[in-house]
Design a protein around this ligand. Structure first.
Ligand SMILES: Nc1ncnc2c1ncn2[C@@H]1O[C@H](COP(=O)(O)OP(=O)(O)O)[C@@H](O)[C@H]1O
Ligand SMILES: [Mg+2]
Length: 354
């Protein structure tokens, strides 16, 4: 890969199309706890979507499920995850054969986790991770190590790391921020069209966080990959994403452009979260107006799962589950959708942020 911008792939339609996806964890021979319910969204080429919500709402499960990286007990139990491949064909990731899936990961879609330390093999130098990644996806004649290292150096420079220092180091010899950048460089090595980042900067200090986020914005501009950015930091979401999806108790309860979500949010939960953002980018603090905690997967509720904490809930909310409703349709995956039975009424009353 070179550091020069890749020409945008001519496209029609979404890169990733997620429809009615359920994801569960097996906790016994017959029990499947559903942690993600009925999630649908489209992600178009070059778009960046932030997934936000309190801890335990299913963000990581969804990210892992999209690339079939769930632990052995995890299972995508319903729905479709359609992905448009580099060759223009579309595949449902759920039905991909193992070998195909192995090639697909890294080269077409890659995931960066929060704990970069766990993503690296502690006994291998950073350069060996690059060599292994490139070699594992080679189809023709094996390339020379030197050639791979030159390319790896260019990738590390892209994330503003000094290759001379980093390539020969073991993961534990680098700071958290350097490891996280190295992992981002590695994830971009095979030019995937989709990068899923799960709280990639959460463990880092603010300055390092800022530097990584700025770099990610620039790289996305230059390389035009699509991104799903999982975070509980709304400040980061606002900065990095063109659209935001709010998750609550395993459901995507509101999606829209970043502007829609921050200025015209229509779900009382999103509105409460946004009202709780501290003035400077920081961690998502659950507002005092939102006592209690989200229901876990073991206690599904008949109606809206937010109803017990919602100041606007009426009896109907506790009885009927709200389906996502399109408020403002757009063909490019940027529709504003909300799952709240009272969203129109509340907007009319000025109770949400519309
Ligand atoms: N390996 C697992 N086995 C069983 N339950 C899990 C597992 N991982 C996550 N969960 C449950 O799934 C729900 C969603 O978790 P997670 O996806 O980690 O949320 P988030 O990333 O938003 O914090 C939680 O209730 C969590 O306890
Ligand atoms: Mg998580």
């Amino acid at each position: 890969m070179t550091a020069s911008p890749t020409a945008p792939v001519p496209h029609e339609g979404p890169l990733l199309s997620v429809r009615n996806v359920d994801i569960g964890y097996r906790t016994g021979r017959r029990t499947l706890l559903t942690a993600v319910h009925d999630v649908s969204f489209d992600l178009h080429p070059g778009q960046s979507m932030a997934l936000v919500g309190e801890s335990g709402c299913g963000k990581t499960t969804l990210g892992l499920g999209l690339l079939r990286l769930l632990p052995r007990t995890g299972l995508v139990s319903a729905g479709e995850i359609r992905f448009r491949r580099k060759d223009g064909t579309t595949v449902d990731i759920r039905s991909m054969a193992k070998e195909d899936l192995r090639r697909f990961r890294w080269s077409e879609a890659a995931m960066v986790f929060q704990g970069a330390m766990n993503a690296f093999n502690p006994v291998l130098r950073i350069e060996d991770h690059f060599v292994d990644t490139f070699r594992a996806h080679e189809t023709g004649r094996p390339r020379r190590r030197r050639e791979i290292l030159e390319e790896s150096a260019a990738l590390l420079e892209m994330v503003r790391l000094d290759p001379a220092r980093v390539l020969g180091s073991f993961p534990h010899e680098l700071s958290g921020g350097m490891r996280q950048r190295s992992l981002i460089a590695l994830a971009l090595a095979l030019e995937p069209q989709l990068l899923i980042l799960d709280e990639p900067t959460t463990a880092l200090d603010l300055l390092t966080q800022r530097a990584i986020v700025e770099r990610l914005c620039e790289l996305r501009e230059a390389l035009r990959f699509s991104m799903v950015f999982i975070t509980h930091d709304l400040g980061l979401a606002a900065e990095l994403a063109d659209r935001v999806g709010t998750m609550y108790a395993g459901r995507l309860i509101e999606t829209g452009t970043t502007r829609d979500i921050f200025h015209r949010s229509r779900h009382p939960y999103t509105s409460a979260l946004i009202g709780s953002v501290p003035p400077i980018s920081g961690d998502l603090i659950v507002p005092e107006s939102l006592p209690g905690s989200p229901p876990g997967p073991s206690s599904p509720l008949p109606g809206c799962s937010f109803a017990p904490r919602c100041g606007h809930a009426v009896d109907l909310c506790r009885e009927r589950r709200p389906e996502p409703e399109v408020l403002h349709a757009r063909g490019d995956g940027l529709s504003h959708t909300v799952a709240c039975l009272r969203s129109r009424e509340l907007a009319a009353e000025g109770a949400t942020r519309d």
